[in-house]
Design a protein around this ligand. Structure first.
Ligand SMILES: C[S@@+](CC[C@H](N)C(=O)[O-])C[C@H]1O[C@@H](n2cnc3c(N)ncnc32)[C@H](O)[C@@H]1O
Length: 309
């Protein structure tokens, strides 16, 4: 199987991201194969040069324009097929959520917020929605919304034994459809947190701004947009073969789903232009190793928290 095929690239990026904790650092290079992962790895000039070279190689020859238009217009049905095949067995639960995003507990100045509303965008089969509901005590007025443009994914969330309509609601919504708010189950200025976990990367870059500014309308003043997604030079980007690049930093996987690789500065510009202010914008560079095969895999993710003014 080629390494840019969806099964492999998506699996290696999403599931292993589960290990997030940023607590183990490689101080002696000779120990690299002593553990499965190392945090906050420093990239030297040589590594950056090699990554740039791989990107140049895989992005000079672009995907055929007609084919690209087709996969872009079929984005929702391609994700739907993905969930039809993998159901809820593909992505692992995001069990690191509260470690990286403790704000999700809805505790301000040591006190529990009386009413807390969270929206998970691109929720898939609920790998964020359900862990969140399990972490938060059911006695609290805490409600989680989840939306996705794949009807199959949403149907799977409804079939999940943990689905509790008094504490959550998942529904189909295409985030790029910004003129279709009437049927949304929440009002403008009503959400405490909007989560974007590996979802903006699946959307075509020309829609980034309209998606973020539309979502911002639903955040309360002071509410947080919390984001985690692929960073430039991530292994998944460097592995793409020629002819899969649609435009700069934006690629199509073998199953027709797409993926964008972000830089910190473009995300900062995007969020601030949409009326949000920075709380956090960090790059998470991890070295994962396959000890059996003595392989080193450099992962890059970006994590942001931006507040509505
Ligand atoms: C990589 S998955 C991440 C799923 C989930 N957030 C998680 O962390 O496990 C990306 C999800 O975004 C959804 N998605 C992509 N584009 C979307 C759009 N325009 N509107 C709504 N959902 C979208 C896909 O259907 C898919 O479920």
């Amino acid at each position: 199987m080629s390494t840019d095929e969806p099964e492999k690239s998506a699996l290696s990026t999403s599931n292993e991201d589960d290990l997030t904790c940023r607590s183990r650092f490689l101080t002696k290079p000779e120990n690299v194969f002593a553990h499965n992962a190392w945090d906050d790895v420093i990239w030297d000039e040589e590594m950056i040069e090699a990554a740039e070279k791989s990107i140049e190689q895989n992005s000079t020859l672009k995907m055929d324009e007609k084919e690209a238009e087709k996969v872009l217009s079929d984005a929702s049905s391609n994700w739907d097929k993905f969930y039809g095949i993998h159901e809820n067995k593909f992505f692992k639960d995001r069990n690191w959520l509260l470690k990286e995003f403790p704000e999700l507990e809805g505790i301000v100045d040591g006190k529990e917020c009386e009413k807390f509303r969270v929206l998970e965008t691109g929720c898939g089969v609920g790998n964020t929605v359900f862990p969140l509901m399990q972490y938060i005590e059911s006695s609290r007025d805490f409600f989680v919304y989840g939306c996705d443009f794949s009807p199959s994914a949403i149907e799977l969330t409804h079939q999940n034994a943990l689905y509790d309509s008094s504490r959550c609601k998942t529904f189909t919504w295409d985030l790029t459809n910004v003129d279709n708010d009437a049927r949304l189950p929440f009002e403008e200025n009503s959400l405490d947190v909007i989560l974007m976990i590996f979802v903006l990367s699946a959307i075509r870059p020309t829609s980034f701004k309209s998606v973020i500014s539309n979502l911002t309308r639903f955040l309360k003043p002071g509410g947080l947009l919390m984001f985690r997604d692929y960073g430039k030079y991530d292994l998944a980007q460097l592995r793409f073969k020629q002819g899969r690049c649609i435009e700069q930093s934006f690629y199509c996987r073998g199953d027709g789903t797409q993926v964008y690789f972000f830089t910190q500065s473009e995300l900062h510009d995007l969020f601030t232009e949409c009326g949000l202010e920075k709380v956090q914008n960090l790059i998470d560079r991890r070295l994962q190793v396959n000890r059996g095969k003595q392989l080193k895999m450099y992962r890059v993710w970006i994590q942001c928290k931006y507040r509505k003014k």
